[in-house]
Design a protein around this ligand. Structure first.
Ligand SMILES: [Zn+2]
Length: 408
């Protein structure tokens, strides 16, 4: 099969070797990662950002162009000082598959280098899928795309974003309470059925990385992401540009931050967790919405004049502020990015939330934090899952496909 080459280990072995090859591999990785994150960069910008000299950049770009990893286009604009510089972009044929199982659907996406969502298919399941069903659905959708994939693309692998605790090292979902999954070797199941290497991680962690690279947190290296949905609150913490994983990859369960000493029991076994106090369901009910789509909740909250809605918003903002004060004091983030119905709560009363957080947090970290809504919308999880698959490729882009023929 054409993709078998890509099943080679994604560990950047070349980068660890000594000598000029290792240096070239490291430079190629750095250059392509910059092009990926920025979607397009001029030769001049690449020279400045990598610190490499112009002739080295020139040789490297020629090499990456020959490998069909980047494409170069004519300079844009003519107003800058000096000679216009050619633009370097990711090769449009380089893609990752993205999979996101949820309680009522499995979404499968095709994402280009540069975080560009090319295709997204949401397959409604009508009920909670088992792990085997979710993998079968994804494999069937990918089989339907196989002709197109083999003709037009080189697939680096698949990233799977799961709402649960995941051991990323072996791609096993340890526990996904809302899906009812327990110790499911998802990466192996997926690779066995599709032939593509697969990588699995927690959905909110991947969303945090996607927002840092392409969304509201662009350029911010310390960021905390919180997503509120029908099944609870997930989170991800980015520290110095890297996802904080913890000992086993379970870090970031911000939904289970303690916010109320006389709070309700939580499914995690504790009490008074953020996600038992700050919930989407009461908002949807009070607003009499027919849908629990978070994008409908924000405008409805902002338009509401019902005092009962205002009281519930104020109550939830009070508890959210307690959780965010802990986030500010513990992590000193440059940005807190709110998604789902948490973004809707923020939109309904931005001053109330921000002043409550600042009033309770230590002055210095509070003065530095920006609280903002997520910006990638419905593409977020696809972009985040694809990042997982792109990571191994970007670590050693030149060696990744071996001698596999490039796209004709
Ligand atoms: Zn809990």
């Amino acid at each position: 099969m054409r993709q078998n080459k890509a099943m080679a280990p994604s560990i950047p072995t070349n980068a660890k070797a000594a000598g000029p090859d290792a240096s070239r591999s490291t430079s190629a990785s750095r250059l392509l990662t910059l092009v990926h994150h920025n979607r397009q960069l001029s030769r001049a910008s690449l020279t400045r950002l990598t610190g490499l000299n112009r002739s080295t950049i020139s040789v490297l770009i020629s090499h990456l162009t020959a490998q069909q990893l980047v494409v170069e286009s004519a300079p844009v604009g003519g107003s800058q000082v000096g000679r216009p510089s050619p633009q370097v972009s990711p090769h449009p044929g380089l893609v990752a598959l993205a999979v996101n199982p949820e309680i009522d659907a499995v979404t499968i996406g095709l994402v280009g280098l540069g975080g560009r969502v090319i295709k997204k298919i949401r397959y409604s399941t009508g009920r909670i899928p088992t792990a085997a069903e979710a993998v079968n659905i994804a494999a069937a959708v990918i089989d339907g795309m196989r002709g197109e994939l083999e003709a037009n693309y080189r697939v680096v692998g698949a990233g799977i974003a799961v709402p649960g605790l995941v051991t990323s090292a072996d791609g096993t979902v340890r526990y996904a309470p809302h899906l009812g999954w327990d110790s499911e070797p998802l990466a192996d199941m997926f690779a066995g059925l599709t032939g593509y290497p697969a990588f699995v991680a927690n959905d909110a962690s991947l969303a945090a990385e996607a927002e840092m690279v392409f969304g509201a947190g662009t350029g911010i290296k310390n960021l905390v992401y919180l997503n509120g949905g029908a099944s609870g609150i997930g989170g991800g913490i980015i520290s110095e540009g890297r996802l904080l994983a913890g000992a086993s990859g379970y870090a970031g369960e911000l939904g289970h931050t303690f916010v109320r000493s006389d709070g309700l029991p939580c499914h995690c076994g504790s009490r008074g967790c953020l996600e038992t106090e700050v919930r989407q369901a009461p908002l949807v009910e009070l607003l009499k919405l027919a849908t629990d789509d978070p994008s409908a909740i924000g405008p409805a909250l902002c338009a509401s004049t019902d005092p009962a809605v205002a009281a519930e918003v104020a109550r939830q903002i009070g508890f959210l502020a307690i959780a965010l004060r802990n986030v500010v004091n513990i992590f000193n983030p440059g940005a807190i990015v709110l998604d789902g119905f948490l973004a809707a709560l923020h939109a309904a009363a931005p001053d109330a939330l921000e002043s409550a957080v600042r009033a309770q947090s230590m002055r210095e970290p509070a003065s530095q934090v920006l609280i903002s809504p997520a910006s990638l919308g419905t593409d977020l999880m696809m972009v985040g899952a694809a990042e997982l698959a792109f990571a191994g490729f970007l670590a050693d882009p030149v060696g990744y496909f071996g001698e596999q023929p490039a796209i004709s």
